[in-house]
Design a protein around this ligand. Structure first.
Ligand SMILES: Cc1cc2nc3c(=O)[nH]c(=O)nc-3n(C[C@H](O)[C@H](O)[C@H](O)COP(=O)(O)OP(=O)(O)OC[C@H]3O[C@@H](n4cnc5c(N)ncnc54)[C@H](O)[C@@H]3O)c2cc1C
Length: 435
């Protein structure tokens, strides 16, 4: 007998995940106890769990989704969306207009499917939190060491030039012709190869999401993780939280056994939608719960070029345009996988297929808007949280302006035609139509 061949793969393909209890097949009732229970393993939960473990506390993380190690990732969008996205990416924010909203439901949360842009919050926003909202120690000075630590832990750096594809070069060319400075985006990644697959889970593990950074670190240091554990509500003793309770759910979302987790410290980090949902189901009546929802809407604009661009080759969003930030507008670009872009293009059937046949000639840019309107999270009749949000008239204006600027950039980059995300005005034949 010879020893099994040693697997030579990037370190993120060989991560050990000790202390993981897979809850998907657990029936009956279980109870856990620790010094701290952390609900959710996304950016907030994983970071909190790792810091609490660093401080010597016994920590248990409870996560509704499953653990998908990087070496199990495939590049087929349908498979990965079902595995990593809540409701297979079909959640809607209800309002005028309705907005498609996606979030992760897996160990690592939305960091597994996000773009890996790692900008620190602007000083103006931090000053608003501390000054106007009265949140102590959230101002620029107080937050600086935390941003520095996060950048170190998540290995934040700009993309190397050899990961740029034609999409990056065209985006830069458009910005240069218009005289708009392009800012090099800091990203949490190591050895990025520009595969452009961030939104479906980085198959090389280059993106330093929580399931390859803080979570394995916390587990290696002795924290525990229970997967498929959907927290329903907080448990109280008088006015003090003493734990949480919930159900195990299998991969198909079917409820299995029940669990309770007790700890003197309870951290809810289930994301902007589900944290207020848990609080509301926990008999808390404070008016602020679920209020102040911002959605940062983004609108995609597609430039059609005469020559093929092979838009899937090369990293996305290595640069952003911050030139219009004071107007609440940021412009970036991404190669949206064909399976996702088709849904955003006009028509169905043959008409949609005709657009998609030009996929190789498309550069997709996007405007991300700082919204002033405030939405809220409410519980539906099924006791699940729903998001309500209307774009204010000013937000609508900002979206229109952001879309127009993005279209201008695509024309400046050489696009012959530009597809807009508006039903009544889908196609522009030239920049003069923007006036
Ligand atoms: C497609 C996409 C691209 C993005 N790109 C960027 C980017 O480039 N840069 C950037 O800074 N931000 C980006 N973001 C946003 C960023 O990822 C989120 O702001 C961040 O992950 C939020 O962290 P969180 O911990 O609050 O929530 P999440 O990361 O969403 O984690 C919440 C976790 O809680 C779990 N959970 C929910 N309910 C329960 C429950 N009842 N019981 C147990 N567990 C539960 C969920 O399954 C999930 O794992 C992007 C987001 C998406 C979706």
């Amino acid at each position: 007998m010879t020893a099994p061949a040693e697997r030579l793969a990037p370190p993120e393909h060989r991560i050990a995940y000790p202390n993981v209890i897979a809850g998907g097949a657990l029936d009956g009732a279980r109870e856990y106890a620790a010094d701290a229970v952390v609900v959710g393993t996304g950016a907030g939960g994983a970071t909190a769990a790792a810091r609490l473990r660093d401080a010597g506390l016994d920590v248990v993380m409870l996560e509704e989704g499953a653990l998908h190690p990087t070496e199990t990732f495939v590049t087929d969008p349908a498979t990965m969306i079902r595995r990593l996205y809540r409701d297979a990416g079909t959640t809607m924010i209800l309002g005028r207009p309705p907005i498609i909203f996606v979030e992760g439901r897996c160990v690592g949360g939305s960091t597994v499917i996000n773009g890996g842009m790692s900008w620190p919050a602007p000083e103006r926003v931090l000053a608003h939190w501390e000054g106007d909202l009265g949140l102590p120690d959230t101002g620029p000075q107080a937050m600086e060491p935390y941003f520095a630590a996060a950048e170190r832990i998540l290995h934040v750096e700009p993309n190397q030039e050899d990961t740029f594809g034609q999409n990056t070069h065209l985006f830069l060319e458009g910005a240069r012709r218009l005289g708009w400075p392009a800012a090099r985006a800091p990203r949490n990644m190591r050895r990025c190869m520009g595969l452009n697959n961030c939104a479906l889970g980085c198959p090389t593990g280059a993106k330093q999401a929580m399931h390859v950074t803080e979570i394995p670190r916390a587990l290696a240091a002795g924290a525990y993780l229970v997967t498929h554990a959907r927290v329903d509500r907080v448990l109280w003793k008088g006015r003090r939280a003493i734990g949480v309770r919930g159900r195990f759910v299998d991969d198909a979302g079917r409820a299995r056994g029940r669990f309770r987790a007790y700890a003197p410290l309870v951290v809810l980090a289930a994301g902007a939608r589900h944290t207020p949902g848990i609080l509301k189901r926990s008999w808390l009546r404070a008016r602020a719960i679920g209020r102040g929802l911002h959605t940062h809407p983004n609108a995609k604009v597609v430039g059609l070029f005469d020559r093929p661009l092979d838009p899937w080759i090369g990293t996305h969003q290595a640069f952003h345009i911050h030139h219009f930030r004071e107007q609440g507008i940021l412009i970036g670009y991404a190669a949206v996988p064909p399976g996702l872009l088709a849904g955003a293009l006009p028509g169905v059937g043959e008409e949609n297929a005709a657009w998609m046949r030009q996929y190789n000639h498309m550069l997709t840019a996007a405007t991300l808007v700082e919204d002033e309107g405030e939405g809220r999270v409410v519980l539906g009749p099924d006791r699940q949280p729903y998001m309500l949000f209307d774009l204010s008239p000013r937000d609508l204006e900002t979206v229109h302006r952001g879309v127009a600027l993005t279209a201008e950039l695509l024309f400046a980059a050489g696009a012959r035609r530009v597809l807009l995300p508006f039903a009544d005005l889908p196609l522009l034949e030239g920049p003069e139509q923007l006036r």
